[in-house]
Write a protein that binds this ligand. Structure first.
Ligand code: ARG
Length: 593
């Protein structure tokens, strides 16, 4: 249920019926202050101003026309022409009962459903994944989950970097090792990809013969030499396996099937350049093929060119991205394409999108969005590095997260068997790393801090996981009573009345309203590619539950059945919403902590 949308549709329709122009809209939002109701329409004043009529009178007319009596207990005009709406407990009760069954969908399916390509992670396969890949990988995955849950058709694309001059050096190194030790299995030699890369680079810098060989391999690779391709493929396979270990550990859904590597577009690159040239979009500049887009001129009037082919005939990152974009439009039929890539690539995407539109590589109705994010910083406010200033491997970071969580959990639960404590530590440690990232507005840089993210209080994963554990405990305890309650409640008049009576209690009402807002929060999070909106919601929901539970006991003696049933229903729905919400963020729940 998207209450904002429902009210907005009703009020805006009333505005139309009163003859207001197409541009007028009710602009309904959740009210910031509960004294002003649950929802507020802010659009009347500007409509009235345009028509030069009294806004308060117009608001009255709109209210009379719309008739919200089925939804609202009270709807009134306030201040200069706001409309304040107080949702009725009866309507809330019927909506809660509609989503409360264990198999009822918690939200309405998006209509129309869109085909959305989500481009994320995209590591360079020459090296192992490092912390620089964390944000793209987890933010992209969360947004893909959120949009998928709303019913959109999601196509994940892992645009891995598997092509370029570095690979000549790497396969020369692999060949050298295989000649020395002719066992067929390349895996042990590449167990530590970082060390392998370092060795290759050392040889390349120190040994002219090796460097010459590496260069020759680049050329042979590009011309499709079978031996080189086999070595390259071996290398890529193992490097991808390293990525998959990381994805698995992170609970990220990317699979081999989602990989559409840079090299997959190789055959199309000459055509991309030819098509751009045929449309007169290219200029030769010092032997390179460039596009100059006057609409993207810098402040001083100069234009930064987009180079699509180098003077030696080689293609670039932008050329491959243009080919990928064309593929996503024509073959994958995407209507929305999201790129989760570091903010520092802003110009690249701006140029690439503009050129692709100009060249007609994407249909006019396709949305292209660079979902940029800031950097992960250390406590010193500088980019996150190891103590000696090196890049932090992602596996090492995740290892440390689990180890820290294990120490914490072992202090709290010394009697739990170690295997179970390890499992708990995995869920808590990984959850903490992901949540501390996802809960920040992605555009900003943020400070990576172990103590903050592993705190059991505050807006953290452990806090939410613990809230879930507490609710589960109540539900389990109830299920074990002599007469276990019926969790499944029919949406009939009797149950509605019973629940509505309880919703007169302000904390219960607040919890119910928050539960009903899951759909609209997910909608906004998906629309803005902003998982932090879902995080903030889950944090609010946990808070609303805690306040409810302090004031409205469930298990205590003296609680009547008429109170217990609706309260249990709210508790159960809270647990389910938390689990689903955390699941969309790629964070697991636990049964105890
Ligand atoms: N491999 C690129 C990098 O490491 C990221 C790829 C992002 N996706 C894209 N379509 N350009 O910077």
């Amino acid at each position: 249920m998207n209450i904002s949308h429902l009210l907005d549709t009703r009020l805006t329709a009333a505005m139309r019926a009163l003859g207001l122009p197409e541009t007028a809209a009710a602009q309904v939002k959740p009210a910031a202050n509960p004294d002003f109701g649950d929802y507020q329409a802010n659009g009347v004043m500007s409509a009235a101003k345009q028509l030069k009529i009294n806004p308060r009178e117009l608001a009255q007319q709109i209210l009379a026309q719309a008739d919200l009596s089925d939804i609202a207990a009270k709807a009134e005009v306030a201040g200069p022409g706001f409309i304040n709406i107080f949702i009725s407990p009866e309507w809330m009760a019927s909506q809660i009962l509609a989503i409360a069954g264990p198999n009822s969908p918690l939200i309405q399916t998006a209509d129309p459903a869109q085909t959305v390509v989500v481009d994320y992670s995209g590591p360079n396969l020459a090296k192992e994944m490092h912390v620089g890949h964390l944000r793209s990988t987890i933010i992209g995955d969360a947004v893909a989950n959120i949009l998928g849950y709303q019913g959109h058709r999601i196509i994940r694309q892992n645009h891995v970097g598997d092509w370029g001059t570095q690979f000549g050096m790497l396969i020369a190194q692999l060949e050298q090792l295989q000649t020395r030790d002719p066992s067929d299995d390349a895996a042990p030699k590449l167990a530590d990809l970082e060390a392998f890369y370092r060795q290759a680079k050392q040889n390349f810098d120190a040994d002219p013969d090796f460097a010459a060989l590496a260069r020759e391999y680049v050329v042979r690779l590009q011309s499709g030499d079978a031996q080189c391709l086999t070595l390259w493929q071996q290398f890529i396979d193992i490097s991808l396996r390293h990525c998959e270990d990381v994805y698995h550990r992170l609970g990220v859904k990317l699979t081999r099937g989602d990989v559409k590597a840079e090299s997959a577009y190789n055959a199309d690159l000459p055509q991309v350049v030819a098509d751009l040239r045929a449309q007169g979009l290219l200029t030769e500049d010092q032997g390179a093929q460039c596009a100059f887009l006057p609409e993207l001129a810098n402040k001083d009037g100069s234009i930064t060119p987009i180079i699509v082919q180098k003077s030696d005939g080689g293609y670039l990152y932008a050329t491959t991205d243009l080919a990928a974009l064309r593929h996503r439009n024509a073959q994958l039929k995407a209507k929305r394409i999201l790129y989760f890539v570091d903010a520092r690539q802003g110009l690249h995407f701006q140029q690439m999108f503009a050129l692709a539109r100009k060249a007609g590589f994407v249909d006019a109705d396709v949305e292209l969005e660079h979902c940029a994010f800031g950097s992960m910083l250390g406590d010193d406010g500088k980019p996150f590095k190891t103590r000696t200033g090196g890049t932090v491997k992602l596996v090492d970071l995740l290892q440390e997260a689990e180890q820290r969580a294990f120490t914490l959990i072992s202090e709290k639960n010394p009697d739990v068997p170690e295997t179970e404590r390890r499992e708990m530590a995995h869920k808590i440690g990984i959850g903490a790393v992901k949540y501390s990232d996802l809960s920040k507005n992605r555009i900003s840089d943020y400070v990576f801090n172990w103590d903050a993210m592993l705190n059991f209080e505050g807006n953290t994963a452990p806090y939410l996981q613990y809230a879930y554990v507490r609710i589960s405990r109540i539900l389990t305890a109830m299920a074990e009573t002599e007469t276990p309650p019926k969790f499944e409640q029919e949406n009939n008049a009797e149950n509605r009345a019973e629940l509505a009576a309880e919703l007169k209690h302000p904390v219960e009402r607040a919890l119910a309203l928050t539960l009903l807002q899951f759909g609209e929060k997910l909608h906004t999070a998906g629309r803005d590619s902003a998982p932090h909106i879902l995080c903030a919601y889950l944090y609010d929901l946990s808070g609303a539950f805690m306040r409810f539970y302090e004031n409205c006991p469930i298990l205590k003696e003296g609680v009547t059945e008429n109170q217990r049933r609706p309260r249990l229903l709210l508790a159960q729905l809270t647990a389910r919403t938390l689990k689903v919400g955390l699941g969309l963020l790629g964070i697991e729940t636990l049964e105890r902590m």
